[in-house]
Design a protein around this ligand. Structure first.
Ligand code: PLP
Length: 287
């Protein structure tokens, strides 16, 4: 397996970074997760735009133009002869001294890893997930914007741990006003009386690329879809609940905080959108 590190491809065993890298010391950096389906990189432009926007927001200069970065990502997939894969792109502030001042880091570090990934076992896609709302809150948009996919995912890890401790598969995050925002690394949708709802991103959710794909697909297929704030109660009484994300794709939720959702099976609209999603991922994308 070949990893792109800094300015060249190195073998996985040789892909090591400095202990003084501020990505490691402070979570100072940004990242993206991207999928490859049937040899095509799905929504590469959208992911690159988000990566560069995240970097701009935290004043991190990515040492490659977007077009060069696109080529490097394509080359990483080709060099590893991957037909289906998950790509992780990381840009950290790079090596500095032990102080947190980023001015000691003169060369941002670029890491690109492409490999197979299966987040949840196949059965969970057929049966659906159990999720629990957690006590930790999504960070406020006026602090570090939820639109920045920074390397500092501690909050997301803590909510995942809370979910794990309560014996379920995934967490449901609320904002400080109690509105539902998203999962630990996925967006949420609910269905009620054939209308699909998802929280507006200003409540404190990442504007997921899978989320946007699902919104487009729902519109194409002719479902009503509203971006409206909702609470846990609305989730408990929904006809269907599902999560979307690059890693999870589209996955049904059948239990929330111990409340069975409808008949406790993945819903019709969820399954329909999952089918549509599987169709577009194999036809769209950068070869
Ligand atoms: N929310 C958070 C916090 C995430 O980290 C992710 C993963 O990227 C998502 C939502 C889903 O976004 P996307 O569909 O672009 O992967």
């Amino acid at each position: 397996q070949w990893i792109f590190l800094g300015d060249k491809f190195v073998k996985k065993e040789d892909a090591v970074v400095s202990v003084y890298d501020h990505g490691l010391l402070y979570g100072d950096g940004v990242f993206e997760g991207i999928r490859v389906y049937s040899g095509n990189i799905f929504k590469l432009d959208e992911h690159l735009n988000r990566l560069y926007d995240s970097a701009q927001s935290i004043m991190l200069t990515i040492p490659y133009e977007k077009e060069e970065m696109q080529q490097i990502i394509v080359d990483t997939v080709r060099k590893n002869s991957l037909e289906s894969a998950y790509i992780r792109v990381v840009v950290s502030r790079g090596t500095g001294n032990l102080g947190l001042d980023p001015r000691s880091c003169s060369n941002p570090q670029v890491i690109i890893i492409a490999e197979q990934l299966a987040l949840f076992p196949k059965e969970l896609y057929e049966q659906g997930l159990r999720v629990a709302s957690v006590a930790s809150r999504r960070n406020r948009p006026d602090v570090l914007s939820p639109q920045v996919k920074s390397l500092n995912y501690l909050n997301n890890i803590l909510v995942k741990m809370e979910a794990n401790l309560s014996g379920v598969d995934e967490a449901l995050m609320l904002n400080d006003q109690g509105y539902v925002t998203e999962g630990s690394a996925d967006n949420i949708f609910i269905v009620k009386n054939k209308v699909i709802y998802t929280p507006p991103v200003y409540l404190g959710a990442l504007e997921g690329i899978t989320r946007n794909t699902i919104i487009e697909l729902a519109n194409e297929v002719g479902y009503g879809l509203k971006e409206t704030p909702f609470t846990r109660h609305d989730v408990y009484v929904a006809d269907e609940v599902f999560l979307t994300g690059t890693a999870v794709e589209v996955i049904a939720v059948i239990d929330v905080d111990g409340r069975k959702i409808a008949d406790g099976k993945p819903g019709e609209i969820t399954n329909h959108l999952l089918k549509e999603f599987r169709r577009v991922v194999t036809t769209d994308g950068v070869p």
